[in-house]
Design a protein. Structure first.
Length: 269
């Protein structure tokens, strides 16, 4: 039997409002792809995201969320997630995940991608493209009456088959009127386990894939920055999804190619 969790099933009106917030987040991420470059600081990314979000009449949800000090998360190289923008300069060869969450008229839209700064190394391409594909594989498991464990199992099987690892300490999450709500969406697990997925659910899938081991550490000083324990590279991609009777609608689907990410993607067998 799967665990029973109280999950919010969205009404058609709520879904329409979520589509708006999610598309705002997607468009802001596209802008990041157009502007990000070597020599840019992560603080400049923060300013770009903050100003673009506010320009849309929305609010950058990370700002002051549980005392997070910035408007976006910027996670470079061995930083898994929750990197805090600051003076760090992006250098050729870096990979950086930019995680955008937009709050608009009572609803949240959450999406992220890993960008290449200049020409990436073979190792950086590998972990990034494995992660990109892992998200696609996870999304493909989503449909009414499937189980949450199917998502995690499919991601874990693929990632480990590629010689990488899936972070276990952080999960995807329900989203809607709250930034984080039930259900939790693990990126590892067993098929046929977990709660049943129901049409009308909205949640994120956001696998974090490490080139080395899956173990991570949280910075004891800022209590936010998560790094790989072994110092290996890490990548992350994220979409907000709506469960339908036959699959998933990607609410944060982008309308064009994500520059410095999708346009330099390498497919790995």
């Amino acid at each position: 039997m799967g665990e029973v969790v109280a999950v919010d099933i969205k009404s058609p009106r709520e879904i329409e409002q979520m589509r708006v917030a999610c598309q705002m987040a997607a468009e802001t991420l596209l802008l990041v792809g157009e502007r990000i470059r070597p020599g840019m600081t992560t603080e400049e990314i923060n300013t770009l995201v903050h100003e673009d979000t506010v320009r849309r009449g929305a609010f950058p949800a990370p700002l002051n969320y549980k005392k997070f000090p910035k408007s976006v998360c910027t996670s470079i190289n061995d930083v898994v997630c929750h990197g805090i923008p600051g003076p760090r300069v992006l250098r050729v060869g870096d990979i950086v995940n930019v995680d955008v969450t937009t709050f608009y008229k009572g609803f949240y839209g959450d999406t992220s991608a890993t960008f290449y700064i200049g020409t990436p190394s073979k190792e950086a391409r590998r972990v990034t493209e494995v992660c990109r594909r892992a998200l696609e594989i996870g999304i493909a498991q989503v449909k009414h009456n499937a189980r949450l464990g199917d998502i995690g199992a499919a991601i874990q099987e693929y990632v480990e088959g590629e010689g990488c690892s899936v972070v276990r300490d952080f999960v995807g999450h329900g989203i809607g009127r709250k930034f984080h709500e039930d259900p939790q969406v693990h990126h590892f697990g067993k098929r046929g386990s977990g709660e049943r997925i129901r049409a009308g659910m909205t949640f994120t899938i956001e696998p974090m894939v490490n080139l080395g081991g899956w173990e991570v550490e949280i910075d004891p000083i800022d209590n936010w920055t998560v790094t790989t324990r072994d110092g290996s590279l890490s990548a992350q991609f994220e979409h907000t999804l709506l469960v339908t009777q036959h699959g998933a609608e990607i609410l944060t689907q982008r309308g064009k190619t994500l520059m410095r990410s999708e346009n330099v993607a390498t497919v790995y067998a």
